[in-house]
Design a binder for this molecule. Structure first.
Ligand code: ADP
Ligand code: MG
Length: 690
């Protein structure tokens, strides 16, 4: 078949090979471009049907399509589906026996295969790319292409080398195999990076379909200890299952899964479990035996389950791309599904902790770089000679390698790379921090959640429509968040605000608050939020410089609708009022007299007394004191500089199981967690018998 094939022939293949009656939105245009031999980048959300966009063209073009995929589970899943459709498929990855791989190569060389799936690292095996190049490929598909970009959230160093192998793999210069790059999660920056790194030739870019009409997004502020209970109560309702809960750490995944398993068949899934267990969990979830999985980010890439009703984030995600992809696993059958994002101030500190861990100081990289030379030296040798800790050393070396400052060969020997790694590294670390800023802006925003996400992915035209079902568009329909009608007094305040704003183009929020003589900032903010949601005002972040310092403020202005508001205008304004009663843990009536946020934060200081310690906590406190004394002595500082008594007691009470929980404790900031976290957690993990 050629590029001029008519519609019917293509539809014929669609029906006879795949059994689909029709193309989904955008699939046909993409297929035609690929069949015509164009390079293309396809950015469509998970479940949109990207695979067809390389599979159908591959069949139409004839010969073998090479498919590069980052995960064995993904490969196996795709290969099984294609095989079931009667296609001839081979795959080569580390999970298979050597004999099987050899046989697949023979089959490939004979021209028996329509699809060959490989993992990117396979290309580093000497002779393998040459073997592939013996035949002209029909097409090269790169699945999850965002993995190539260091800006992408799943960056894989092995993907980075694809660019250097592609010219050889594409073959004939007059009619090279087209490169089809597919991803669900590329922001405009990542899109540009993919195109450049893969050396795509005049690529067509298709970016479509980020709006999910059946996902109702809810964002709720909830302290870390409250979350497990709320999640259990949410998922006790079978209409909200099956569900995926995303945790921020393995430990959190374990503890949430444990709590949930008393309510529904649930299990944890994370990279710390062995492959067999993970496989079992994935299959049980797929089969409906498990109704909830509590996972870290590692879960879901290979999941193809259409009826997921709920996705919960039990902590702030690191990027909006990751977040979007994860909530995108809900409701693929088109039925209404809800997603909940739980966050609190403590999540920010956790995130800073992880950021510092994942992006070590440049000084660490400098140290490792300085130890490298022209002569290859074994990693272990360098590691033990370094005054960095083992993990610190490995992290620094990994970053150096990614940014070209070190070269590691197959035998584990390292040589010095180029000196220019620093710029790339710091840019990347900064980019990561900015990505998280965007998440923070997302949770604190008062704009339609879906519209914000769509805009984030670069579909500006589509971002002007509000979804109508998120907690911002439809506060009354929110499940976890509770909203109440404004009181008469609040309605009067709103009127005063409107009257103050009417004659001006904008007022600074602080000025407005002062003019109205409102002493409580949180109540004032709650009203502003309610007015934004109702479309009466707009708030814009702005900054000015004073005494050499940049100060930020919020510009408040009336919208057209706001201009119309008179005292007699009926205004069903809804004010955010914590969490709905049904989900509030029993026996916490004090919640009704809602603590304003600032006050809640202040109680992090030393005013409120801590509950008495039980015997286990007492024993832990003793161990902590012991350790603290030794630490203080070693550093030559007073004990309180290591940990305040109060912080020590709080740790003993909370017995944190992971860095996230540790950071949730008052008095433990990123610096303390960095310095002592490991030791404290070790002490907390021991039982008193030890
Ligand atoms: P993506 O890679 O974009 O996440 P997939 O390619 O795995 O999505 O497709 C998701 C699901 O949609 C698969 O079950 C696939 O069989 C189905 N699908 C794809 N295209 C069509 C179509 N034109 N008609 C019906 N189902 C389709
Ligand atoms: Mg896919």
């Amino acid at each position: 078949m050629t590029a001029s094939s008519n519609t019917d022939a293509l539809h014929g293949l669609l029906q006879s090979v795949f059994g689909f009656a029709d193309f989904r939105a955008n699939q046909e245009a993409v297929c035609r471009a690929a069949i015509a031999g164009r390079d293309l980048l396809l950015v469509m959300p998970t479940g949109a049907g990207k695979s067809l966009c390389y599979q159908l063209p591959a069949i139409a073009r004839g010969g073998t399509a090479l498919v590069i995929s980052p995960l064995i589970s993904l490969m196996e899943d795709q290969a099984a589906k294609l095989t079931a459709r009667g296609l001839r498929v081979g795959r080569i990855h580390s999970g298979l026996e050597r004999g099987a791989a050899r046989e697949t190569c023979v089959g490939y060389l004979r021209g028996d295969l329509q699809f060959l799936f490989i993992a990117p690292e396979r290309l580093r095996v000497p002779g393998f790319p040459e073997m592939l190049a013996k035949r002209q490929l029909a097409l090269v598909a790169i699945d999850e292409a965002h993995c190539i970009s260091q800006w992408g959230h799943d960056f894989r160093p092995d993907y980075r080398m694809l660019g250097q192998y592609l010219p050889g793999l594409r073959g004939a210069s007059d009619a090279p195999a087209p490169v089809v790059a597919l991803t669900a999660t590329a922001t405009p920056t990542v899109q540009a990076d993919i195109v450049e790194q893969l050396g795509m030739v005049k690529p067509l870019q298709f970016i479509h379909g980020f709006r999910r009409k059946n996902l109702a997004i809810e964002v709720v502020e909830l302290s870390i200890p409250e979350r497990a209970g709320v999640i259990c109560r949410l998922l006790a309702d079978s209409a909200r299952r099956p569900a995926i809960v995303y945790a921020t750490s393995r430990k959190q995944a374990e503890s949430l899964a444990e709590a949930l398993s008393h309510v529904v068949p649930a299990a944890a899934y994370h990279a710390g479990l062995d492959a067999e267990t993970r496989d079992r969990v994935q299959r049980a979830f797929q089969a409906g035996e498990l109704e909830a999985v509590v996972a870290t980010i590692a879960f879901g890439m290979g999941i193809d389950k259409a009826d997921i009703r709920t996705v919960i984030h039990a902590g702030l995600p690191a990027t909006l791309e990751g977040y979007y992809q994860e909530i995108g696993r809900a409701g693929r059958d088109g039925a209404l599904s809800r997603t909940y994002l739980m966050h609190s101030y403590a999540d920010q500190r956790t995130h800073d902790f992880f950021l510092n861990r994942d992006y070590p100081p440049v000084a660490h990289l400098n140290k490792v770089f300085a130890a490298l030379g022209e002569e290859p030296r074994p990693v272990e040798e360098l590691r033990s000679a370094s005054d960095l800790g083992d993990e610190e050393f490995d992290k620094a070396l990994e970053k150096l390698e990614i940014h070209g400052g070190a070269r590691v060969d197959f035998g584990g020997n390292v040589t010095r790379g180029a000196a220019g790694w620093k710029k790339g590294y710091t840019t990347q670390a900064q980019y990561r921090a900015e990505q998280f800023e965007k998440v923070l802006r997302f949770v604190s925003s008062n704009e339609c959640r879906m519209a914000e996400l769509v805009r984030h992915f670069g579909d500006v035209a589509d971002a002007s429509h509000a979804c109508g079902i998120c907690d911002i568009c439809d506060p009354a329909g929110a499940v976890l968040r509770q909203f109440r009608r404004v009181t008469t007094a609040e309605r009067a305040t709103v009127q005063s605000m409107v009257d103050e704003l009417r004659p001006t183009s904008y007022l600074a929020a602080g000025t407005l608050q002062r003019r109205l003589e409102l002493s409580n900032r949180d109540e004032f903010d709650a009203l502003l939020d309610a007015m934004v949601r109702a479309g009466l005002i707009e708030i814009e972040e702005a900054e000015f410089e004073k005494d050499g310092e940049v100060r930020r403020y919020r510009k408040v202005s009336l919208t057209d609708a706001g201009l119309e508001v008179r005292p007699a205008t009926p205004l069903p304004l809804l004010v955010s009022d914590g969490i709905a009663d049904a989900f509030d843990a029993g026996g916490r009536p004090q919640r009704k007299q809602k603590k304003p946020k600032a006050a809640a934060r202040k109680s992090a200081n030393n005013e409120t007394p801590l509950p008495p310690l039980d015997s286990a906590a007492e024993a832990l406190a003793e161990r902590l004191k012991h350790w603290r004394a030794a630490e203080a002595k070693q550093r030559g500082v007073p004990a309180y500089m290591v940990l305040h008594d109060r912080t020590l007691q709080a740790v003993a009470l909370a017995r944190p199981a992971n860095p996230a929980q540790l950071l949730g404790i008052d008095g433990i900031g990123p610096a303390k967690a960095d310095r002592y976290g490991e030791e404290i957690l070790k002490l907390c993990g021991k039982t008193s018998a030890e």
